[in-house]
Design a protein around this ligand. Structure first.
Ligand SMILES: Nc1ncnc2c1ncn2[C@@H]1O[C@H](COP(=O)(O)OP(=O)(O)OP(=O)(O)O)[C@@H](O)[C@H]1O
Length: 243
């Protein structure tokens, strides 16, 4: 499903955090929101999923203006901080989240098998989450966010604190989810992750400084690194863009 963001602005306490942002994410793509810490990525995701309202502008999923209660069922969201129950097993966590989505018992059992396989946690399904590593928790959190086979999946800094090897595995899982037909919006401040995405929206100080297909964006640079676009737009990226 296509997402259209039109002239969206948001302030907190008179501080302009999102500044007149417009862009369209085509259905079936992975789009990353890339920017330094504090640039406004999480706020933009929260605006898109309807967790907070825009001061100005509008957001549509397909033809439907957001927020829309029916559309919420079609959205998956993985927050920056895992919302898992430590004293429950992986499987029990998924059963709990599946209950929230009102999946029937049999359909839920089948879907739990599927999502555990997608995130490579099948053999750990009966372990308590408190015995999971950080990376395993991230993968379980991802599994929970796709239980209801969402059309749109929003991932807020899903690879933060994850080592490079596991990061690769997680990106392979995102590609798998995309190929199953889900449009993915993923925020990151890791510049290298841009190459995993089809399109990238570069956010700096609450403004959209670039938005395009990733190869087109990289063609605009001299060194093939997207950091350069932040340097060009800002003169300096002090305060933040990690590589
Ligand atoms: N509820 C809020 N009230 C006041 N200020 C807020 C609120 N939410 C976000 N902000 C401010 O908006 C700015 C953008 O924050 P946001 O979390 O969207 O950035 P981010 O790019 O996601 O950063 P990070 O990569 O560190 O998560 C920051 O200056 C932050 O302090």
């Amino acid at each position: 499903m296509e997402i259209t963001v039109s002239n969206v602005s948001k302030s907190f306490d008179d501080k302009n955090v999102i500044n007149d942002i417009s862009f369209t994410i085509p259905a079936g793509t992975i789009c990353c929101l890339l920017g330094p810490s504090g640039s406004g990525k999480t706020t933009l995701i929260r605006l898109m999923i309807g967790a907070i309202g825009a001061d100005q502008g509008s957001i549509r999923f397909g033809d439907v203006p957001m927020p829309d209660m029916n559309m919420l069922k079609k959205i998956g969201f993985m927050p920056q901080n895992d919302a898992l129950y430590d004293d429950l097993s992986a499987e029990a966590n998924l059963t709990f989240f599946g209950g929230l989505y009102h999946l029937g018992k049999k359909a839920l059992e089948e879907r739990i098998d599927e999502v555990l396989a997608i995130v490579d946690l099948t053999e750990h399904r009966r372990k308590l989450v408190k015995n999971f590593s950080g990376g395993m928790k991230k993968r379980l959190s991802l599994a929970a966010s796709i239980l209801h086979s969402p059309d749109l999946l929003f991932l807020d800094e899903p690879t933060v604190g994850i080592d490079p090897v596991l990061r690769r595995t997680i990106w392979e899982q995102f590609q798998r989810i995309k190929h199953a037909g889900t449009t993915i919006i993923v925020s990151t401040h890791v510049m290298d992750e841009v190459t995993e995405c089809d399109r990238a929206a570069l956010i700096y100080n609450g403004s959209l400084i670039e938005y395009d297909a990733v190869p087109t964006l990289l063609d605009k640079t001299e060194n093939g690194r997207v950091d350069e676009l932040f340097f060009m737009a800002s003169g300096s990226v002090e305060g933040g863009a990690e590589t």
